[in-house]
Design a protein around this ligand. Structure first.
Ligand code: RP5
Length: 181
């Protein structure tokens, strides 16, 4: 069930969201079936020590919950929302329409159309309601983008992002060197 999966996710990461300091990022998803993809965003936020909350919020199954979540996020101190959904993935766009906060959309590969349906649903937002869309199933990039957004007002966080980029570069160079031997 959802609770068991969330608890497993949170204990795996050693983080108890309930007792964490004020969450800066809201990670939401349309279904617990999105969790295997969306936990990658949580992993990144853990790595950067960014507090977050995780919620199942469905645009079409629990529209009232979605409305309450999105319209109260700013006053609760959330600064960025990462929203993942599959199929007719209207969750990120609906949430973006209910809050002035930046919303990052994660298209989840969840149907026979291999995620293209989710991607187009999220990326093709009409003018006026932006959703920053990452690649299909790429919640890692959603987490990284959230860290960069928060880093604009947090020089320490931005410095850690620079270090992450440096580490990524070193990792690639090391692998390339090994291949050449
Ligand atoms: C969407 O429908 C969810 O985001 C999920 O990706 C997809 C399938 O949901 P389940 O039928 O697995 O609950 O709302």
């Amino acid at each position: 069930n959802v609770e068991a999966q969330l608890n497993a996710l949170l204990s795996e990461e050693g983080r108890d969201c309930q007792s964490a300091v004020q969450p800066c990022v809201g990670i939401i998803m349309g279904s617990d079936s999105d969790l295997p993809v969306m936990k990658d965003a949580a992993r990144i936020l853990d790595a950067f020590d960014v507090p977050y909350e995780v919620r199942i919020v469905s645009a079409h199954r629990t529209p009232d919950v979605m409305f309450r979540y999105a319209s109260s996020a700013q006053e609760r101190g959330v600064q960025v929302i990462i929203a993942g959904a599959g199929g007719a993935a209207h969750l990120p766009g609906m949430v973006a329409s209910l809050t002035p906060l930046p919303v990052i959309g994660v298209p989840v590969r969840a149907s026979v159309l291999d995620g293209l349906d989710s991607l187009l649903s999220i990326v093709q937002m009409p003018r006026g309601v932006p959703v920053a869309t990452v690649a299909v199933n790429n919640a890692t990039n959603a987490g990284l983008l959230a860290v960069r957004m928060l880093g604009v007002g947090n020089p320490d966080l931005l410095a850690r992002m620079s270090q992450y980029q440096e580490d990524t570069k070193e990792d690639v160079l090391t692998k390339a060197e090994k291949l050449q031997r």
